[in-house]
Design a protein around this ligand. Structure first.
Ligand code: AMP
Ligand code: ZN
Length: 115
C-alpha cells in the first residue's frame, strides 16, 4: 500500500534498523522501544491487522512461517530468559500502524495485566 509506513520500510523507501529478513517477513527495531529489546516482526505482504488473516493455505503458510521464526529471532537478540510477543489489533487494541505487526519485547521483566 502506497501510504503505509511499514510497506515503505519493506520497499526500502523508509529507513529501518533490520534484524532479520527473508522472502516473507521482515524484523526491525521499533522507533520508540518499550523495553531494552523491542523489535517488530511483519509480513512483507500488507495486511491491515490480525483481522485480515484468513484460513487460506497462503496465510497458513505465511503465519506458520512467521511464528516459527519468532523464537529464532528472540535467541539471536539474546532473549534467553523469555520475551513477550504482542499484537495490537484495532481501536481497542490500540493499533496505531495499520500494517499487521508483532511486537517482540524482552530484556526486562514484564508486568501483567498489560495496560
Ligand atoms: P501499534 O501501536 O501496535 O500499532 O505499534 C506500532 C509501532 O510501530 C509503535 O511501537 C511505533 O513505535 C512503531 N513505529 C512506527 N513507525 C515506525 C518506524 N518508521 N520504524 C520503526 N517503528 C515504527
Ligand atoms: Zn503496509
Amino acid at each position: 500500500m502506497s501510504d503505509c509506513i511499514f510497506c515503505g520500510i519493506v520497499d526500502g523507501k523508509i529507513p529501518s534498523n533490520i534484524v532479520y529478513e527473508d522472502e516473507e517477513i521482515l524484523c526491525f527495531h521499533d522507533l520508540e522501544p518499550q523495553a531494552p529489546v523491542h523489535v517488530l516482526i511483519i509480513p512483507k505482504k500488507h495486511y491491515d491487522s490480525a483481522d485480515a488473516i484468513t484460513e487460506s493455505d497462503e496465510d497458513k503458510e505465511l503465519f506458520g512461517h512467521l511464528m516459527a521464526k519468532v523464537h529464532i529471532i528472540a535467541k539471536t537478540l539474546g532473549l534467553d530468559k523469555g520475551y513477550r510477543l504482542v499484537c495490537n489489533c484495532g481501536e481497542d487494541g490500540l493499533q496505531t500502524v495499520q500494517h499487521l505487526h508483532f511486537h517482540l519485547l524482552g530484556k526486562r521483566k514484564m508486568t501483567w495485566p498489560p495496560g
